[in-house]
Design a protein around this ligand. Sequence first.
Ligand code: FAD
Length: 329
Amino acid sequence: MMQKLFNPLNLKTMSVLIYAQNWDGKFKKSVYELLSYGKKIAENNGTELIALSLGNVDSGELDNLAKYGADKIYFSNDGAFDSFDNEVFTAAIKQAAEKAGAKEVVLLHNNEGKALGAHLSVALKAGFVSAAVDLPESYSPFVIKKKVFTGKAFAHVKVNSEVAVMTLSPNSYEVIEDAGAGAVEELSFDLPAAKTKVESRDVAKGKLLLTDAELVVSGGRGLKAGDNWGILEELADTLGAALACSRPVSDEGWRSHEEHVGQTGKIIAPNLYVAVGISGAIQHVGGISSSKFIVAINKDPDAPIFEVADYGIVGDAFKVVPELTAALK
Ligand SMILES: Cc1cc2nc3c(=O)[nH]c(=O)nc-3n(C[C@H](O)[C@H](O)[C@H](O)COP(=O)(O)OP(=O)(O)OC[C@H]3O[C@@H](n4cnc5c(N)ncnc54)[C@H](O)[C@@H]3O)c2cc1C
């Protein structure tokens, strides 16, 4: 049943609202991470967790939001959500947050989430924390830890407004299956006319998308030439991993710019990132620091990549990588 956003008694239950972004009608692991995170905040405050889904999703997908903790699910299949327009989505999330009496509004830390977070904080007159990495340290005052300087340091930020809007850095919180009541409610929104519309999309097919990959094998200038990528391709095939590279590698034309990760390239958060012949410059690390595990292979024991790596192998990539692949096989 369609429910209007009208609350005659102005009754407000406090809640945590998470925006469950979908990709072609499906939710990803990062959304379940958001739910698990929001659920813990709700539990800590004795409030409820509400998930908001905008646009059509595949059948059974809304049930998944309940499976990972949503006490309530707001959704709308309005055609206005078929393509992304920041003002339209911001208006909807704002109205849902007000209906929910949300004290915390949590979004994914991706391009869409970051863009929405900034707009939403203005719309809700709320403080905005981008790239939170942990649960709030306290709720009154609201203090939370976040990444700064592309992950080189952390800041502890105090939010002075009544409502806090935040994005959660990927891989910051464990996905926990902890079912919520999952009461589903369809909402209708008062939306502005969209100022942008996606007319068409060219989607790369048949390849594991780098930003979706759980495992990534990446090469740097230490590989010396594009012709040497065979050893990385074999390792990636053996692991079922996607390939990535540092910026100079794509600047040299050894690999496509689609594979370039870092501050000026793609930001990724796989479970495993294997950095081969990559020095670990801050601009590179900024794009991979949310990876769960980083393995570095470098012949220089003082290479900065070892400072962020969980495991390191000091050695010549041309010897170590084929041995690693053979061992994995
Ligand atoms: C504004 C700005 C934005 C930038 N954005 C990005 C970005 O988005 N992404 C990015 O990657 N960079 C970016 N850069 C560039 C960045 O500063 C570094 O120059 C770059 O990341 C270095 O790439 P690299 O590690 O592949 O090469 P190098 O720094 O040349 O490192 C090569 C590494 O390979 C090792 N090596 C050499 N031979 C072998 C071998 N046989 N076996 C094993 N190891 C070996 C060396 O010890 C060395 O550590 C940016 C720079 C600027 C100024």
